[in-house]
Design a protein around this ligand. Structure first.
Ligand SMILES: *[C@@H]1O[C@H](CO)[C@@H](O)[C@H](O)[C@H]1NC(C)=O
Ligand SMILES: *[C@@H]1O[C@H](CO)[C@@H](O)[C@H](O)[C@H]1NC(C)=O
Length: 283
């Protein structure tokens, strides 16, 4: 019989090499996607190219950082107890790592994305495959760059649906709180100066911190600027229907400011935070 301690290092050696161990103990199954020839075709495989691009989220044209051409980055939707594989190609001129905020990364620490702690930064033109297993952590999560202050640009939503058996799920998450539909709200702030300038302000005396220029929802806002008016789509529009109940998945992707969120003449019940189902609290 193979002992776990024997298998583990072997699996590590074969990361990314697609060798499927035939008789891995069940709990090691979570690693198998790493060794599965077809993992790159699976529903939870994502190939991301992170690059610079001229964007104008708030109608001010500037060079931003995008994932597959998108800002905010693509939303990942996945269920509990599933493998998630994200191949990140860094086409920026600076190093990059991506952190999956709040995910436990039990035995997949190499996917945690803390540069020079759990992995070396992905160098310009380099790539890295984040292989992880989504535990019993349903809820609204997010991912963001973990290098410099690149979180300003490189971030997005990671939504984990509850795949627990119905009886169990009923007492928690969606089962406990009825809602008709859901909407995603990513709250963000935007500067009109490059990230490098922000970093300088933190490391060099006398360099002022760039000012926040726009607060945005889902990467959109609208301003009239002295220069750079261009192709912004305006405010993000969240449409809802009267008498329906909505689950708002609200993500704080601010880089320094604090947000206060409310909807006029409506009450909200907090049902989950950071993958933990909450005791009901009205606000
Ligand atoms: C390997 O991939 C196949 C096809 O996508 C899938 O059916 C199978 O469950 C995967 N095996 C593991 C151990 O993840
Ligand atoms: C949101 O994130 C920012 C930056 O990390 C933080 O300062 C703020 O306290 C967070 N929370 C809220 C409720 O805005």
């Amino acid at each position: 019989m193979l002992k776990v301690s024997n298998i583990y290092p072997i699996l590590l050696l074969f990361w990314g090499q697609c060798v499927l161990p035939q008789e891995a103990p069940p709990f090691l199954d979570k690693f198998c996607i790493l060794c599965n020839n077809s993992c790159e075709d699976g529903p939870n495989f994502h190939r991301w190219i992170v690059s610079e691009q001229v964007v104008a989220p708030d109608n001010f044209e500037q060079v931003g950082k995008v994932i597959n051409g998108q800002f905010p980055g693509p939303t990942i939707t996945i269920g509990t107890f599933q493998h998630l594989v994200v191949l990140v190609e860094n086409r920026l001129s600076v190093p990059l790592t991506i952190h999956w905020h709040g995910l436990h990364q039990d035995r997949t620490v190499a996917a945690d994305g803390a540069g020079f702690v759990t992995q070396a930064d992905i160098p310009p033109n380099g790539k890295y495959t984040y292989c992880m297993f989504i535990e019993d952590e349903p809820g609204t999560h997010m991912y963001h760059a973990h290098t410099d202050i690149d979180i300003i640009w490189i971030h997005g939503a990671l939504i984990v649906k509850d795949n627990n058996p119905p009886i169990w799920a009923k007492t928690r998450d969606a089962g406990k709180y009825h809602y008709d539909e859901e909407r995603l709200l990513i709250l963000e702030q935007l500067y009109h100066e490059p990230v490098e300038r922000f970093v300088q302000s933190l490391t060099t005396a006398g360099v002022p911190r760039p000012a926040t220029q726009s607060l945005m929802i889902n990467g959109q806002s609208f301003g009239v600027w002295p220069t750079g008016n261009s192709n912004a789509e305006g405010y993000s529009l969240i449409s809802v229907q009267r008498m329906k109940t909505y689950r708002f998945r609200i993500i704080n992707l601010s880089s320094e400011l604090m947000f206060r969120f409310e909807i006029e003449d409506h009450s909200m019940t907090v049902i989950e935070m950071d993958g933990i189902i909450c005791v009901q609290s009205q606000s």
